[in-house]
Design a protein around this ligand. Structure first.
Ligand code: HH2
Length: 289
């Protein structure tokens, strides 16, 4: 598979790569309110780089189930100062902007973001235009509806087949806007328009999504399906997160999105070592030594 350039860095091989989560929101479900001050956000970004993150995902709007939409100006006000400070200090990692809004993506890319992470899979053609014009890669995540109504739309016959089909539609939207498939990463959207049973089945059958021919990103970090299985509250879901990270990598994820970077990196690397010890290889990839 073609190597993927994100900012100055080329991502190639099976990974696994770790995308560190940085939410500069007052209300994200697990780190809300901790990094609203740009200085605190930059410190956290530097720490995640030290912990071995491969890239950073910066978000200015919570997308937890039932969350209210944030106006574009407010989202821009939250993320752009952080991007500007990171650029000014020569931050080493590529930064992804986690947004579904064209205006936010445009300003974030101008301020130094190198990837657009769209939880709505380019449902808005204006965002697709911004991505195409900037020539940056994009994460197409699967969800249905909006964070406000998505959980009522978690109705599936065969969840993996339907997610694959709808990710295929997202790829078609990207292509129609002039974004080549080679610049896309796919994500099944753990917890987005998914009940716990759906998130678990997607993790178990993730390998089937490899038929779409694009790198897979999976974001299980601290999510409610872990609480559903174990009863753990959000601040005690690290062990469950690491189990899900390992399962995702064993099933074929090239990238995992996590709040606890050092821990997720270790879990992902161990899962990859087990995967490679069995002689398993991703089709089209050269395994890392
Ligand atoms: N999950 C969240 C946000 N963005 N992007 C991708 N590609 N994949 C994910 O699984 C994903 C995502 C939700 O997690 P978090 O950012 O921690 O919470 P919140 O939406 O409350 O800010």
């Amino acid at each position: 598979m073609t190597p993927l350039q994100i900012g100055r860095r080329v991502f190639e091989g099976p990974g696994p790569f770790v995308m560190g989560v940085l939410n500069v929101t007052p209300d994200s479900f697990s780190d809300g309110g901790r990094y609203v001050d740009p200085g605190a956000a930059v410190d956290r970004a530097l720490r995640m780089a030290e912990e071995g993150a491969d890239l950073l995902d910066l978000g200015g709007e919570s997308t937890r189930p039932g969350s209210p939409a944030v106006p574009a100006e407010e989202e821009i006000r939250r993320v752009v100062p952080v991007l500007e400070r990171l650029a000014a200090c020569g931050y080493a990692l590529p930064v992804s902007i986690d947004t579904s809004k064209a205006e936010v993506a445009r300003e974030a890319l101008r301020a130094g973001a190198a990837l657009v992470n769209d939880v709505r899979g380019l449902a808005d053609p204006r965002l697709a235009e911004v991505v195409a014009a900037a020539g940056v890669p994009v994460v197409l995540m699967h969800m249905r509806g909006t964070p406000a109504d998505m959980q009522s739309r978690a109705v599936y016959g065969d969840v993996v087949a339907e997610v694959a089909d709808e990710l295929g539609q997202a790829l078609a939207r990207a292509a129609a806007a002039g974004i080549p498939a080679e610049r896309t990463i796919l994500d099944p959207g753990i917890g987005f328009a998914k009940k716990a049973e759906h998130s678990l089945e997607i993790l178990a059958r993730l390998g089937e999504l490899r038929a779409l021919g694009r790198p897979l990103l999976v974001g299980p970090s601290r999510k409610s399906f872990i609480g559903h299985v174990t009863g753990a509250p959000v601040e005690e879901r690290l062990p469950g997160t690491l189990a899900a990270v390992a399962a995702a990598v064993l099933a074929g994820a090239e990238m995992v999105r996590a709040h606890d970077v050092a821990e997720a990196r270790q879990a992902a690397r161990l899962a990859a070592a087990i995967r490679d010890a069995a002689g398993w290889r991703h089709p089209g990839y050269t395994a890392t030594p």
